[in-house]
Design a protein around this ligand. Structure first.
Ligand SMILES: Nc1ncnc2c1ncn2[C@@H]1O[C@H](COP(=O)(O)OP(=O)(O)OP(=O)(O)O)[C@@H](O)[C@H]1O
Length: 767
C-alpha cells in the first residue's frame, strides 16, 4: 500500500472515542488538516428551487428549467474564475466529441428528463466534461464545496471534522480514498458532494437495490441528477437512462449500480465510453466491506470491480464502509487496488447510543412485558409530557424490534397493538405494496413501532429512531453494529438492546452452521472458503461474547473493528452497573449450566447442546476453530442415531403388534404396512415397506430441520409422528409407486422451501 495514510480517531466533544489514540500515523504518512476553509458564496438556490412536493405541469417545468439555466448563466458570468472553468469545460467537450465510440451513437430523440421534478440547483456543475482538479484554484474549490453543502444538501456545516476532511480529500481528485466512519456519520455526503463539483458522471456501486432506491430518491429530492440501472426498471426507463448517458451532456451526475449489473458487457462499454468522452468523474464503492471475505456480507461480484481500472484508468476511486476491521480494511484496499490511498478512519464509538443485554429468562414477569415497558420509556409514553403538547399515551420518535421469523413479527406486532402500542409487521412475506405502506407509516411516525426481520432497515435514514431491539441474537457482531446503528442518527440519546437466552444462541448457531454448510458448496477457491469460514465464525464468536460476557459493549465493537479500546464509562450497562451485569451473567451461566465467568476462564466441560461444543469448545482448539466442525459433526451424528433408534423402535413396536417379521417383500408388505400405519384400504401394489420407511425418515428429517428454525429444542417423537402422518396421507392418495414418489417429493420440497423462507411448516393434527 503506497501513499498517504491518515488515520483519525474521533475527537469531537460529544463523540469521545473508546480509543485513547487520537491521531496515528503510518509510514509514509502525513496528517490532513482541514484549516483555512474559505467561503465565497456564489449564490443561493433557495429562490430558484421549486417546492419539491408540488406537482408541476410539463410546461411549467420546462419554463422553470429555462429560467434556472438563464439565471445560472447570468450568475456564472459574474464570477470570473467560474466562467474560466466553464470555458475550459467547453474546450474539453469539443475535444472529446471527436472520440465517439460504438456505444455513443448520437441519440435520435432527446433524452427524457431524469426522474424527480426538482430543478437542478445552480451550484451543481453541468456535465460538460470533467475538469482537472488543477484547473480549479484551491480557494475556489473550497468555496464551491461550501456552496454545494449549503444550497444542495441544505446543511449549514459539516457533521464532523472528519467528514469535512474526507470531502476535501475526495474533492481534490488526487488520490483514491478509503473511508471507514461509523454508522450515521454521513458517509454518503463524502462522495455525493464532490461528485457535483466537476462536470461528469460518478458511478456508485452499492450492494442492494433497496439501498440504491432510497439513495436515488433522496438525491432526486435535492435536484441532483441521479439514477440507477437495475433489473427492476421497465424497458422505457432503462432506455431513458441510456439515452441520457449517451448524450453529449448527460443530466445524470450520480449513477447507482449493483456489482452484478456492473459486470455486464453493456454497462462496461458505457463506462468506457463515459471515460473516453471525459465524462467519468469518480468510481465509488459503497458498503465496501462486501468486497472482502473478512467482512460480514461478502459479495463475490464485488471482486470483479477492479476490472474497471482497465476500462477507466486514472479515475479516482472512493471506498466507504462502517464495518471494517484491520484485516477487512487491508483486503478492501488490495482487492480494489486502491492507489496512493488516503485512509480516513474514525472511531466506531457513538456516545449517544446506550447498549445493553437483557437475559430473557432472568427478568421478572414475561420478557415481552419487560420489552413493552422499555419501549414505552424510550418513546416517553409513560410520562405525561407538557412539552410539544404531548399527551399521555402519545409517543416521541420510533423504534424497531428485530425478530427472527415472519410469524414472530406478526405475533409481536399483534401483541403490541393488543397492549395499546401501535405497531406493524414488516417482512419478505408481505407484498411490496404493503411493505411500502408499512414503511411510510413508520417513517412518518404514524405508527411508532415496527416488528421486522432483518430485511428491514438497510438504507433507511430516519433520524429519530429511539431504540433498536433485537428480540433474538444477531449472527455476527459487525451485522449487529450496523443494524443497531440505525438508532439515534440525529445524535440524540437512543437505546440498543438485545434480549437474549440460550435458545437464541442455539438458533443463531443453527443459522451460522447453515451458512457454513452453504459455503462448502460455493464455487470459490479453498482459500477464500477458509477465510470466509473463519470470518463467519469470528463474527459469531464475538457476538456471543458480546451477549455473554460482562464487558463494555462499546469497547467490544472497538476491539472487533481495531480501535484502541477503553471503557465507555456510562454508555452501556456494564460500565454503568458493573456489579449487576456480572451477577446477571453468573446467574445466566448457572441457569444454562454453561461456563461460569467468575474466574474469567472457560470451564473444562463443553456445552454439549451447542453445535461444535459451544464457543468454549471452539476456544479449546489450537486454531480456535477446527474443533467447531468436528463437534458439530459429532452432535449431528448422535442426533441422527438417536432419531434412527426412535424410528426403528416405533416400527418394531408396530410390527410386533402385527405379529410379522421386520423384513419386507412385495407380497407380504401389504399386511405389514397397513398394520404399521394403522390404515385399511391399501391400493399401491409394488410399493415396499423399505421405501415407505425411507420416505417417512425423509419427512422426519425435513420437519426437524424446519422446526429447528423456530425452536432450539424439539421432541424427536413429535417429528416422527408428524412424519408418519404426512407419509400416510401421501400414501393413501397414491395409486402407483411412481405417483407416491412424486407426491412425496412435492411434499418434501414444500417443507424445505418453508424452511428456507423461515416459515413454520404445520402438519394438520389428525385424530
Ligand atoms: N453535514 C451534515 N450536517 C447535517 N446532517 C448531515 C450532514 N451530513 C450528513 N448528514 C445526515 O446524517 C445522516 C446520516 O448520513 P448517511 O446516511 O450518509 O450516513 P452513513 O454514514 O452512510 O450511515 P450508514 O453507514 O449507517 O448508512 C443523514 O440524515 C444525512 O442527511
Amino acid at each position: 500500500m503506497d501513499g498517504e495514510i491518515v488515520i483519525i480517531d474521533s475527537d469531537d466533544e460529544d463523540q469521545k472515542p473508546c480509543s485513547s489514540t487520537t491521531i496515528k500515523k503510518e509510514s509514509p504518512a502525513t496528517v490532513n488538516t482541514a484549516n483555512g476553509w474559505g467561503f465565497l458564496k456564489r449564490m443561493s438556490s433557495k429562490d430558484i428551487l421549486a417546492k419539491p412536493e408540488k406537482k408541476e405541469t410539463p410546461a411549467k417545468t420546462a419554463k422553470k428549467t429555462t429560467d434556472t439555466k438563464s439565471e445560472k448563466k447570468s450568475i456564472d458570468t459574474k464570477s470570473k474564475s467560474t466562467s474560466n472553468i466553464i470555458r475550459e469545460d467547453k474546450v474539453v467537450k469539443k475535444r472529446k466529441f471527436a472520440q465517439i465510440s460504438e456505444f455513443d451513437e448520437v441519440p435520435t430523440t432527446s433524452p427524457a428528463p431524469a426522474a424527480g421534478n426538482v430543478p437542478t440547483p445552480a451550484a451543481i456543475a453541468p456535465n460538460t466534461g470533467v475538469v482537472s482538479a488543477e484547473a480549479i484554484a484551491p480557494v475556489e474549490l473550497k468555496s464551491r464545496i461550501k456552496d454545494v453543502l449549503n444550497t444542495v444538501f441544505k446543511h449549514k456545516d459539516f457533521k464532523s471534522k472528519h467528514q469535512k476532511q474526507a470531502v476535501a480529500a475526495v474533492a481534490e481528485r488526487k488520490r483514491d480514498i478509503f473511508v471507514s466512519f461509523p454508522t450515521g456519520a454521513g458517509k454518503s455526503l463524502v462522495y455525493q458532494l464532490p461528485s457535483l463539483l466537476y462536470g461528469g458522471v460518478s458511478i456508485v456501486v452499492s450492494p442492494l437495490i433497496a439501498l440504491i432506491t432510497d439513495q436515488v430518491a433522496a438525491c432526486q429530492k435535492k435536484g441532483i441528477g441521479c439514477e440507477s440501472l437495475n433489473s427492476k426498471l421497465t424497458t422505457a426507463e432503462r432506455q431513458r437512462i441510456f439515452e441520457d448517458l449517451r448524450s453529449p451532456q448527460p443530466k445524470i451526475k450520480l449513477l447507482y449500480l449493483t456489482p452484478e449489473g456492473l459486470a455486464t458487457d453493456y454497462l462496461q462499454k458505457m463506462i468506457k465510453s463515459l471515460h473516453e468522452r471525459n465524462l467519468l468523474a469518480y468510481i465509488i464503492v459503497d458498503e465496501a466491506h462486501c468486497v472482502t471475505h473478512w467482512g460480514h456480507d461478502f459479495r463475490p461480484d464485488y471482486l470483479k470491480l477492479k476490472s474497471l481500472r482497465k476500462l477507466a484508468p486514472s479515475i479516482p476511486w472512493v471506498a466507504l464502509t462502517a464495518t471494517a476491521n484491520a484485516k477487512a480494511q487491508e483486503d478492501i484496499i488490495n482487492q480494489l487496488e486502491l492507489k496512493k490511498v488516503n485512509i480516513f478512519k474514525s472511531s466506531t464509538f457513538r456516545s449517544n447510543l446506550f447498549y445493553d443485554i437483557i437475559m430473557k429468562d432472568l427478568v421478572q414477569g414475561s420478557a415481552e412485558d419487560h420489552m413493552l415497558r422499555f419501549i414505552r420509556r424510550c418513546l416517553r409514553m409513560d410520562v405525561e409530557k407538557k412539552e410539544k403538547g404531548k399527551k399521555a399515551g402519545e409517543w416521541i420518535g420510533s423504534g424497531i424490534v428485530y425478530c427472527r421469523t415472519r410469524d414472530e413479527c406478526a405475533q409481536m406486532a399483534h401483541s403490541f397493538n393488543a397492549a395499546g402500542m401501535p405497531a406493524l409487521e414488516y417482512h419478505a412475506g408481505l407484498s411490496t405494496k404493503i411493505r411500502d405502506e408499512v414503511q411510510e407509516k413508520w417513517m412518518k411516525n404514524t405508527v411508532p413501532v415496527i416488528a421486522a426481520t432483518i430485511a428491514f432497515g438497510m438504507g433507511i435514514d430516519k433520524p429519530d429512531v429511539r431504540f433498536v431491539i433485537h428480540w433474538t441474537c444477531p449472527s455476527s457482531l459487525s451485522a449487529y453494529y450496523q443494524e443497531s446503528g440505525r438508532a439515534g442518527r440525529d445524535g440524540k440519546r437512543s437505546y440498543c438492546r438485545v434480549y437474549y437466552n440460550k435458545g437464541d444462541r442455539n438458533f443463531c448457531n443453527f443459522l451460522v452452521t447453515r451458512e457454513l454448510n452453504m459455503l462448502k458448496g460455493k464455487k470459490i477457491s479453498d482459500e477464500a472458503k477458509a477465510e470466509q469460514t473463519q470470518a463467519i465464525k469470528a463474527g459469531f464468536e464475538a457476538m456471543l461474547n458480546f451477549c455473554e460476557e460482562p464487558m463494555c459493549r462499546h469497547s467490544a465493537f472497538g476491539k472487533y473493528f481495531g480501535d484502541t479500546v477503553v471503557p465507555c464509562e456510562k454508555h452501556c450497562d456494564t460500565c454503568l452497573h458493573p456489579e449487576e451485569v456480572r451477577k446477571t451473567v453468573d446467574n445466566y451461566q448457572a441457569l444454562t449450566s454453561s461456563r461460569p465467568f467468575s474466574n474469567g476462564k472457560p470451564k473444562e466441560k463443553d456445552d454439549d447442546e451447542m453445535y461444535g461444543g459451544g464457543k468454549w469448545g471452539a476456544l479449546k482448539n489450537e486454531d480456535g476453530y477446527s474443533g467447531y466442525e468436528d463437534a458439530s459433526d459429532r452432535i449431528e451424528r448422535e442426533e441422527r442415531e438417536k432419531i434412527r433408534n426412535i424410528v426403528g423402535a416405533e416400527f418394531a413396536k408396530r410390527r410386533k403388534a402385527a405379529g410379522k417379521p421386520a423384513t419386507s417383500s412385495s407380497s407380504d408388505d401389504k399386511d405389514r404396512v397397513t398394520l404399521v400405519l394403522r390404515d385399511g384400504d391399501w391400493k399401491v401394489p409394488g410399493l415396499t415397506l423399505e421405501k415407505r420407511e425411507m420416505m417417512l425418515n425423509a419427512f422426519r428429517e425435513a420437519l426437524e430441520a424446519n422446526a429447528s428454525v423456530f425452536t432450539a429444542f424439539s421432541s424427536a417423537n413429535e417429528h416422527v409422528s408428524a412424519a408418519a402422518q404426512l407419509e400416510k396421507e401421501t400414501f393413501l392418495v397414491s395409486k402407483t409407486p411412481t405417483t407416491y414418489n412424486q407426491k412425496c417429493a412435492m411434499k418434501l420440497h414444500e417443507i424445505k422451501k418453508a424452511t428456507k423462507d423461515m416459515v413454520k411448516f404445520e402438519v394438520a393434527a389428525k385424530s
